[in-house]
Structures are given as C-alpha cells and as structure tokens.
Ligand binder design. Sequence first.
Ligand code: NAP
Length: 227
Amino acid sequence: MNIVITGASRGIGKAIAEKFLQENHRVIICSRDSAKLEALQQTYPSLITFVCDVSDKHSVEQLGDFVLQTFEQIDVLINNAGIFIPGKLTEEKDTVLEDTLRTNLLSAYYLTKKLSPRMKTHQHGFIINMCSVASIKAYENGGSYAISKFALLGFSKTLREELKPYNIKVTAILPGATLTDSWAGVDLPETRFSTPEDIALLVYTITQISSFSVVEEILIRPQLGDI
Ligand SMILES: NC(=O)c1ccc[n+]([C@@H]2O[C@H](COP(=O)([O-])OP(=O)(O)OC[C@H]3O[C@@H](n4cnc5c(N)ncnc54)[C@H](OP(=O)(O)O)[C@@H]3O)[C@@H](O)[C@H]2O)c1
C-alpha cells in the first residue's frame, strides 16, 4: 500500500511510519525538520520524505502535489501533525488559536481536499485523523488545543458521510496521554502513558480488516486513566 503521514519526524507519526515500513509498504512522511527527515531516511532507505510546514496552506499544497506525482494511488492518508500549547482560552494570546487551528485542523482539511479526488477515482482508501481524548473531554488547561481537536473530530464525522459512496473509510483516533516529546519534562513514570507503538499498531490494524467494515473511532487511554 501507499501511505502518507503528516508530522512523522518523531512521536506517534514516526511510530506509524515505522510500522508500515516494517510491513513493506511505501511511505511518504513530512515535517518541518529536514535534518530529522534525512536521519530517518538514512535508517529506512525506502522511506520518502518531504519538508513541509503544514500550518502553511501553500506548503500543504506543495506536499499534495509531491504525493500525487509520487504515488499513482493513495491507499492511506494519516493526518497526524499537531501541536499542543497548554493554556487558558481567556488568557492565551490570540495567535495561539490561529496557529493551532492552522496546524491541527486546516492542514488536514487542505491535504484531504488535495488528495481525495485521486482517492475517489480509485474508489478506495483510508483517511485517518489523529484526534484526541481532548476531542470529547474538556480540560482546564486545554485551551485552543481542545477547540482544534473537537473540530478535527467534527471534520472526521462529516468527511466519513461524504466519502462513504466512494468506499473511502474515515477513522478518528482519540488517544489519551501517549509518551512522546509532547510530554517532555513531565515527572511521571513511563508506565503511566500509552506508547506510540500502541497507536501505530491500531492504525495499521484499521487498514487490514475486510472491506465490508469501517473503524469509525478508536478511543485509547493509559490503563490508569487520563493524566
Ligand atoms: N502524545 C499524546 O499524548 C497525544 C494524545 C492525543 C493526541 N495526540 C496527537 O497525536 C499527534 C502526534 O502527537 P505527538 O505526541 O506524536 O507529537 P510530537 O511528538 O510533538 O510530534 C509532532 C509531529 O508533528 C510534526 N509537526 C508539528 N507541527 C508541524 C508543522 N507545522 N508542519 C509539519 N509537521 C509538524 C512534528 O515535526 P517537526 O517538529 O519536525 O516539524 C512531529 O513530527 C498530534 O496531532 C497530537 O495532537 C497526541
């Protein structure tokens, strides 16, 4: 299969890329960090990388053009790139909402619009959006992140209805705390978190079940609950 993953230089996106590569699929990833992408490409020679700032519409369109030139068919699009800036809606700078929506929501919207026409012609594919427990639950310090993730879940639900006739399956993944750079500096044992590999295995499995079913949503939390 041909897989596209945004924001996969580290964390959950990287774990998903590694899982698909281990299973011998062709993978394109993007991030802003060309050095990290080059290092990954050295480790995985078949990996295809593209430098892209998904908060910038023009950059997303360039990524989309690159994907359309590289893959004749797109089997799996994973809108994973995201930022988390904790804070309070009434206290944070206005730019926090604007930046967070561009990165966490509009990136998925623009890339999906760019790639879905090709997916429609093949009447096949998966679009997997990395939502969050914060898509369904409010936190005191959730700030603009929560707005973006509620919206991404809404986007996923609407997109699923729209793409059903084209046999394109849309899944929202809602992870709880997962041990990545997002949690750098937090003083908790690693056993308190889900692992990026847990999420990667679930994402991979979604793409393996029979064509008669769609996994609409997956909610996964650390065994001891939210942090
Ligand atoms: N970790 C958790 O507890 C958790 C829980 C629920 C949901 N999630 C969601 O899961 C996704 C991945 O989270 P993570 O914890 O793996 O994050 P992470 O470790 O901070 O990694 C984020 C990834 O996104 C990329 N990225 C960020 N902004 C970007 C931009 N403007 N353009 C291109 N790439 C960008 C980063 O690449 P560069 O910095 O190299 O550009 C990096 O590869 C996010 O959508 C997050 O909201 C995470």
